[in-house]
Design a protein around this ligand. Structure first.
Ligand code: GLN
Length: 465
C-alpha cells in the first residue's frame, strides 16, 4: 500500500482530510463515531511494534454494524443508540493485528437494509462525487469515506450487494468474498445465510491486501471455511492468456441503458487486450433473484432481530408489563424499513405460508446457485456484468420500496449463491461513476483478482472517464 510515514502521521492526515471534506453530521454524514485521541494512541502503539505487519499504520473505517471496542456499534438504528460492544469482531481484530488503525465508524442503512444510505436513524449520507446523490447502500458511508480520500480501505457488509453497489456509485473497488471466506464473528447479523464481511479499497490492490489480512478460518464462526488463503496480490501484473470471461445475457436486458452496455463492452475489450476470450453465457434463473432474496433475507432478519427486545441491548422504553415494554421498544426503536422486513419475514415463515414462500424461495435459490455452477463447470473462469443498472440516483428518487429493491438485481445473485464477486470502476455515465462486476467460482478469489488487476491496468484512466 502506497503512502508511507508513521502511523501517527497517517492517522493525523486521515483526520485532516475528514475535516476538509466535512465528513461529519453537517456534511457528508459518513462518519458517525470517532475518538481521535484513542485512534492516535492506537497509532502510537502501532509505531512502537517490533514487527509492524502488512497494514502498518494504515487508517481504516468500519461500518457501524461491526463490533468494535470503545466506539458505539449502532447499526444505524435508534434501538442501539449508545450501545458499545464489549468485544471486537474477527475482521476488526485481524486488521488491528496487521497494524491498521480504526479512525471511525461509518453510517449505514438501518441494520444494513437498503440500497441508498438514506435510511439510517442518523440521517442520509451524501455521495462525495456528487453530494446531491446517494452514495449507495447499505455500506455507502464506508464507500464515501474511501472515495473522499479519508481512508484507503474500509469494512462493509454484504447481504445483497451493499458493498459492490456503493463501490460502483462512488467510483472505487468493493469486494464480496466467497461465503465462509471471512469470519462473520462480530458482524451484527441481518440474514445469516447471505451476510458477508466485505471490503472497499481505493484501488484493486488496497482491497486485495485488506482481504488477505481478514480472510481465513476462525473458530469463533462455524461457517468460516478451513481453506488456505490465496496470495491475492500475486495476481497483480498477470496477463489473461487462457482465461475465459463469460458475458451473461440476463445481465444485459434490452431495458438496460445502452451507455451501461457500452461501458461493459469496453471493459470486455480491455480484457481481450490482455489475452482473455469472451463467451456469451446464460444464467437463466437470474430474474428470480429479487423475489427470492426479498423472501429469504426478511425471513432470516425477522429471526435475527428478535434479540433487540429492550432487555439485552441498547434502548428500552417502558410499557405495560413485559409485553408492553417489548412493543414500545421495538416499535419506536426500529425504523420503517426494518419494521417492514420483520413483518414480511414473520409472515413468510408463519405456519400457513412457510411452504408457499420460504420453502419455494429456498428451492429457487438452489437453482440460481446451479446456474453459476453450470457456467463455471463449462470452462468459464469469471463473469463480467454491470454492477448496477444505473449510476447513483438523487435523494428521494426511489420512494417506492420495491423500486429500491430492484436496484439489487445484478448483485443479489452473488449472495444467494455465495460466489465471490467484486465491483471495479469501468467509466462514467452522465459524469457519474459506474462499476463492472466480476464474479468467480466459489473460493476462486485469486482468479477474480487476476481479472480485476488486469482490467484496472488495461482501462487506466478510462476507468474514471
Ligand atoms: N439492498 C439490499 C437490502 O436492502 C442489500 C443490503 C445489503 O447487502 N446489506 O437488503
Amino acid at each position: 500500500m502506497s503512502a508511507g510515514g508513521s502511523a501517527v502521521a497517517r492517522v493525523t492526515e486521515s483526520f485532516r482530510r475528514a475535516d476538509e471534506v466535512h465528513a461529519g453530521r453537517d456534511g457528508l454524514n459518513c462518519i458517525l463515531w470517532s475518538d481521535r485521541e484513542a485512534s492516535l494512541a492506537a497509532a502510537r502503539e502501532r509505531d512502537a511494534r517490533a514487527s509492524p505487519g502488512p497494514l502498518a499504520g494504515v487508517p481504516y473505517a468500519a461500518k457501524d454494524n461491526f463490533a468494535t471496542l470503545g466506539l458505539p456499534t449502532t447499526c444505524g438504528s435508534k434501538i442501539l443508540e449508545g450501545y458499545v460492544s464489549p468485544y471486537e469482531g474477527t475482521a476488526v481484530a485481524r486488521l488491528h493485528a496487521a497494524g491498521a488503525v480504526l479512525v471511525g465508524k461509518t453510517n449505514c442503512d438501518e441494520f444494513a437494509m437498503g440500497s441508498s444510505n438514506e435510511h439510517s436513524a442518523w440521517g442520509p449520507v451524501k455521495n462525495p462525487v456528487d453530494p446531491t446523490r446517494v452514495p449507495g447502500g447499505s455500506s455507502g458511508s464506508s464507500a464515501a469515506a474511501v472515495a473522499a480520500g479519508i481512508v484507503r480501505i474500509a469494512l462493509g457488509s454484504e447481504t445483497g450487494g451493499s458493498v459492490r453497489q456503493p463501490a460502483a456509485y462512488c467510483g472505487i473497488v468493493g469486494v464480496k468474498p466467497t461465503y465462509g471466506r471471512v469470519s462473520r464473528y462480530g458482524l451484527v447479523a441481518f440474514a445469516s445465510s447471505l451476510d458477508h464481511v466485505a471490503v472497499f479499497g481505493t484501488a484493486v490492490d488496497d482491497a486485495a491486501l485488506a482481504l488477505e489480512v481478514i480472510a481465513g478460518r476462525d473458530p469463533l464462526d462455524a461457517t468460516s471455511a478451513d481453506r488456505p488463503v490465496p496470495k491475492l496480490r500475486a495476481e497483480q501484473g498477470r496477463d489473461l492468456k487462457g482465461v475465459v470471461i463469460g458475458r451473461p445475457k440476463e445481465y444485459f436486458p434490452s431495458t438496460l441503458d445502452p451507455r451501461m452496455v457500452e461501458r461493459c463492452d469496453r471493459a470486455l475489450d480491455a480484457l481481450r487486450s490482455r489475452g482473455a476470450t469472451v463467451r456469451e453465457v446464460s444464467l437463466p434463473h437470474t430474474p428470480l433473484a429479487i423475489p427470492v432474496y426479498y423472501i429469504v433475507a426478511p425471513a432470516e432478519a425477522s429471526s435475527n432481530l428478535a434479540r433487540f427486545d429492550g432487555v439485552r441491548y441498547g434502548m428500552r422504553l417502558e410499557g405495560e408489563g413485559l409485553r408492553g415494554m417489548y412493543e414500545a421498544t421495538r416499535s419506536r426503536g426500529f425504523g420503517p424499513e426494518v419494521t417492514r422486513r420483520i413483518l414480511l419475514g414473520t409472515y413468510v415463515l408463519s405456519a400457513g405460508y412457510y411452504d408457499a414462500y420460504y420453502r419455494r424461495a429456498m428451492d429457487v435459490r438452489a437453482l440460481i446457485a446451479n446456474d453459476f455452477r453450470r457456467v463455471f463447470d463449462s470452462g468459464v473462469h469469471a463473469l463480467l456484468t454491470p454492477t448496477t443498472p444505473t449510476p447513483a440516483f438523487p435523494f428521494g428518487a426511489k420512494s417506492d420500496p420495491y423500486e429500491m429493491y430492484l436496484n439489487d438485481i445484478f448483485t443479489a445473485t452473488g449472495n444467494l449463491a455465495g460466489v465471490p464477486a467484486m465491483s471495479v470502476p469501468i467509466g462514467r455515465v452522465d459524469a457519474l461513476p459506474v462499476g463492472g462486476q466480476i464474479i468467480a467460482d466459489h473460493f476462486d478469489e485469486a482468479g477474480m483478482f487476476r481479472v480485476a488487476y488486469a482490467l484496472e491496468a488495461a482501462l487506466g484512466q478510462e476507468a474514471h472517464q
